[in-house]
Design a protein around this ligand. Structure first.
Ligand code: TYD
Ligand code: MG
Length: 469
């Protein structure tokens, strides 16, 4: 679309090297930013004069998206059609859940994750199902069409209506899209995309950013939904494009432990739904299968009670989930004992151990403390505080918690146990899975009498919780 002849006589687009730290604009690449003195922070950008950018928008309008785009004018907001009304199901319930109830027209969704985690598989499954009802285009820059077709055949996917394209040049992709007018585009992956307007190598930050920006613009102008696949680098950010995160409408991360067949899709940002919503899948020989009732898989499964283990009810997104927190406390040979938290925040663990000493009278200063959430899941809410301390205590004393017991609750710095949202819903989830006893904040104890089959031990202070054991 950038090739469409501009009607107005306008200045040429130029490339500039912009510092990621301070934003200073340089005419050529250099190692050190002249503005702030930082090293290796310059990357290449296309800078279009404003008039030209407007003209290219006009060219797209003329290219045949009649009705899709109108000249902007001031409008009463209550008369505007809600974009979120136009949601379509992806045909995969757990993916719909993470998206906030289906895919919104014109939404750009970035799906990130480690290589091999199953991003291509998930999106191929989704797009194949959606292609039955709306025109869809699967653009692959990593695999050949033969590979994609082979995978689709192995997964027994319906392929009617699904169009595919092996291409990495954004201009070419958009030309094909303008001819075909899909309602859904999958670009796998964003790291392989490049645009003619930059000289930087494909995969570089500026190429990824600019290519994604073009697809975003196209999506907004035409109401086409776009899935972008992005690989996560070892450092954890989507390669280069932390910058992508604010350009797109939703960022979903695909997580999972290597060796485990379970995969968790998490909404990290979502303009059309709740963040931290989880979708759970299992990878099998027929691709990814939904796990609609995930509580069971995050418990270690063994019925024997072990010291250092506490089951908690977390509420990630909109549903409660039972997960097991494990702790190992062991006398340390180091003068500075280790505190290691996997699936939880490390600083919070250190803080909780201080509260345990100060308000519970339990000293672990000379012990290494390891805490892990089973199943490779990450718990980000404070409801994990109490279970973590109970698991630590259980390991320290080498005594398992009472059978069929769950806990949740935030622990404050003065040793008080604070309530967490949706207490009753969590208690019901625990009862459904056969738990008999719950150690919970006083304010979370059920107001409407009791939860069937569950003995609720309401605690106000950390010392009460320790006594309850
Ligand atoms: P893939 O979707 O290619 O990962 P990504 O696009 O995130 O890099 O997934 C590839 C992995 O999934 C690979 O290790 C094999 C495994 N897999 C299965 O176990 N079963 C299947 O049916 C498929 C298609 C893949
Ligand atoms: Mg892939």
């Amino acid at each position: 679309m950038s090739k469409a002849p501009a009607t107005a006589k306008v200045g040429r687009a130029r490339t500039a090297y912009v510092c990621a730290e301070c934003g200073t604009d340089h005419g050529k690449w250099q190692g050190q930013c002249a503005g702030c003195g930082a090293w290796n922070t310059l990357s290449e950008f296309v800078i279009e004069p404003a008039a030209k950018a407007a003209a290219s928008g006009g060219a797209t309008r003329r290219a045949g998206w009649a009705g899709a785009v109108e000249a902007p004018k001031v409008t009463a907001l209550k008369d505007v059609r809600h974009m979120e009304d136009a949601r379509v199901s992806t045909g995969i319930g757990e993916l719909d859940r993470v998206l906030g109830g289906g895919l919104v027209e014109g939404a750009v969704v970035l799906v990130g994750g480690d290589p091999g985690i199953g991003k291509s598989t998930l999106l191929l499954q989704a797009v194949a199902r959606m292609a039955a009802t709306l025109p869809a285009l699967y653009v692959t820059g990593e695999e050949s069409l033969g590979q994609v077709a082979g995978r689709a055949a192995r997964l027994d996917l319906p392929l009617d209506g699904l169009q595919a394209l092996a291409e990495t040049g954004v201009e070419t992709i958009l030309e094909h899209a303008a001819a075909m007018r899909p309602k859904l585009i999958v670009a796998d992956s964003v790291q392989t995309l490049w645009t003619e307007s930059l000289t930087a190598a494909p995969g570089s930050v500026s190429q990824v950013r600019e290519s994604a920006a073009r697809l975003v613009r196209y999506a907004k102008e035409t109401g086409t939904a776009v899935f972008l696949v992005g690989h996560v680098t070892k450092e954890g950010g989507i390669a280069g494009p932390r910058v992508l995160e604010h350009m797109v409408d939703a960022v979903l991360y695909f997580e999972g432990e290597s060796g485990s067949r379970f995969r968790v899709l998490r909404a990290f940002k979502n303009r059309f739904g709740a963040v931290n919503e989880l979708g759970v899948f299992a990878m099998g020989d027929k691709g990814l299968k939904e796990v609609p009732n995930p509580s069971a898989i995050f418990l270690s499964g063994g019925s024997t009670r072990q010291p250092g283990s506490c089951v908690m009810v977390t509420r990630e997104g909109t549903r409660p989930l039972l997960v097991e927190v494990q702790a190992l406390v062991d006398s340390s040979p180091l003068s500075n004992p280790r505190r290691v938290a996997v699936g939880l925040e490390g600083n919070r663990l250190a803080m909780l151990l201080a509260v345990l000493h100060r308000h519970g009278g339990v000293l672990v200063g000379d012990q290494d403390v390891f805490v892990n959430v089973v199943g490779g899941i990450r718990v980000q809410e404070t409801a994990a505080d109490l279970p973590v301390l109970l698991a630590v205590l259980s390991s320290l004393r080498d005594a398992p918690l009472p059978d069929k017991t769950i806990a949740f609750g935030e622990v404050g710095l003065s040793g008080e146990i604070r309530p967490v949202p949706n207490g009753e819903e969590r208690l019901r989830e625990a009862a459904t899975h056969g738990f008999r006893r719950a150690i919970v904040p006083k304010a979370n104890a059920p107001k409407s009498g009791s939860v069937k089959g569950l003995e609720v031990i309401a605690v106000e202070r950390l010392a009460d919780a320790i006594d309850a054991l």
